[in-house]
Design a protein around this ligand. Structure first.
Ligand SMILES: [Zn+2]
Length: 475
């Protein structure tokens, strides 16, 4: 009997995926080798497999394939055409030059998006504050912690160069508005086409809904928050601290050096030993490093010699200052890592699934950080539930606001982003309007993957429901 028609191409595809993830791991630093091989070797392997697959896949007799194999072949072809890319480290000079290039008109989305992404490294991760240079994540943590309003306002002002690099003069030719128009066109293009990309539509489909209904859900969440949090309007630089002041005692108990091990202890107790699973933590700050926290494969899981060889995942983040906000972020990333280790499927289907579910699932664990029982167990003390949850949900509400912001911008790409953001934050979060300030430009995803924030905004509803259901079935 002959081998199944996809066996050989799919095995080569698995090699290609392993090589692709090894290359992006090594390009991101700081590892010198993956599986005993360096970057040049993996690049050569990847090129050889790409060429081999370009020969093998078109030669497959499609009529001989069953329905699942046909789907597997389609996924492999799509993934090869649009390879999963993780950000490579850049020299500080590179990212500054790329960021500057965002000003030139006529860039395609494929050029403009990485240019604006580079601004988050060149400017966002080099914020000048009180005689120090700090990364954006640290600034977000400090906005929760700093007691003096004047210091918070100065810190917020230090973000102005980043805001300017994304929003330019705010006019129709601003870098962000040029990007958004193209993202809106991609969302309107047929899904299966080469240019089609519709994150909001995808997220809505994941929950069997429509973008219109999703918009109503986001608004309902924000209205509930507003009803529960009446008070004098807050300056944007005071918003985080207003809700997070009550957890500050815990920030002191979560120094940067302990963040990774605190998260690992929690997952160990849940039955996932990150060390045994081989999860790599790359949490230190270094110049040129990717300016956002993310998790990716080092290699996929697959059958080798009749035995399952597990995946390896790595977490990249910029942890220079600890705190509960940063801890939450790393527990979220480790949630992705554990999800990656848990996937058991054939190489063609080796991915995490819908973005909405992926992000919502990682928050099932990260939200626990707000729970007094969790805090007593891992930090030795706790704050009142209302304070922990208030600090957490103040950030969740911003995610919902960003989700709504992108949904509306993509629906009406000629809108002024400052006006859209000011309307949402003033109406629902009670933030003092500053329509001249592009303070929405705090998140890398807005330029890296326009429309992606829906996965956190709508994902929050899914996270709440998953946590409620898990409590029901597992306690
Ligand atoms: Zn995530």
């Amino acid at each position: 009997m002959s081998a199944p028609p996809l066996a050989r191409p799919e095995a080569r595809y698995a090699d290609w995926l392993d090589a692709t993830y090894a290359v992006s791991t090594l390009e991101a630093g700081p590892l010198e080798q993956v599986g005993g091989r360096g970057l040049a070797e993996w690049r050569a392997e990847r090129a050889a497999r790409t060429a081999e697959l370009a020969r093998l896949l078109p030669a497959i007799d499609r009529r001989a394939l069953g329905a699942e194999d046909q789907r597997a072949l389609a996924v492999m072809e799509r993934t090869l055409a649009d390879a999963p890319l993780a950000p490579a480290a850049e020299t500080p000079g590179d990212s500054a030059a790329r960021c500057n290039a965002a000003g030139s008109l006529g860039l395609t989305m494929a050029e403009l998006s990485p240019a604006l992404y580079a601004c988050f490294e060149a400017l966002g991760n080099r914020l000048e504050f009180e005689g120090r240079t700090i990364v954006r994540t640290t600034a977000l943590e400090l906005l929760q912690e700093l007691e003096e309003p004047a210091r918070r306002e100065r810190l917020f002002a230090a973000l102005a160069p980043l805001f300017r690099s994304i929003n330019g003069d705010g006019g129709p030719a601003s870098p962000y508005r040029r990007l958004l128009r193209q993202a809106a066109a991609a969302a309107a293009a047929p899904r299966a086409s080469a240019t089609g990309s519709d994150p909001v539509g995808d997220a809505a489909r994941t929950v069997g809904s429509t973008p219109e209904a999703v918009e109503r859900m986001l608004v309902a969440v924000l209205e509930a928050w507003r009803a529960a949090n009446r008070g004098p309007a807050l300056e944007p630089w005071d918003y985080w601290h207003h809700y997070a002041a009550g957890v500050h005692a815990l920030d002191e108990l979560t120094p940067a050096a302990d963040i990774g091990s605190l998260s690992a202890r929690y997952y160990h107790d849940l039955g996932a030993d990150l060390g045994q699973l081989g999860v790599l933590h790359d949490l230190a700050v270094r110049p040129g490093k990717a300016p956002l926290a993310y998790t990716d494969f080092v290699r996929i899981g697959r059958m080798v010699g009749g035995k399952w060889r597990p995946a390896i995942a790595r977490v990249s983040a910029n942890v220079e200052h600890g705190g509960l906000f940063v801890l939450n972020e790393i527990v979220h990333e480790d949630g992705h890592a554990v999800h990656m280790e848990a996937v058991r499927t054939r190489p063609a289907f080796f991915a995490l699934g819908d973005d909405l579910f992926v992000e919502a699932f990682a928050d099932v664990t990260s939200w626990s950080v707000a729970d007094p029982e969790w805090q007593r167990r891992y930090l030795g003390t706790s704050v009142a539930q209302r304070q922990g949850v208030g600090a957490l949900f103040a950030n969740v509400m911003l995610d919902v606001a960003w989700g709504l912001f992108e949904l509306r911008m993509l629906h009406a790409p000629e809108s002024d982003p400052n006006a859209v953001w000011t309307d949402i934050t003033a109406r629902y979060l009670d933030v003092v309007p500053h329509p001249q300030l592009a303070w929405w430009a705090l998140r890398v995803q807005l330029v890296d993957k326009p429309g992606y924030m829906i996965n956190y905004g709508l994902g929050a509803i899914l996270t709440a429901e998953l946590r409620a259901r898990l409590r029901e079935v597992a306690g």
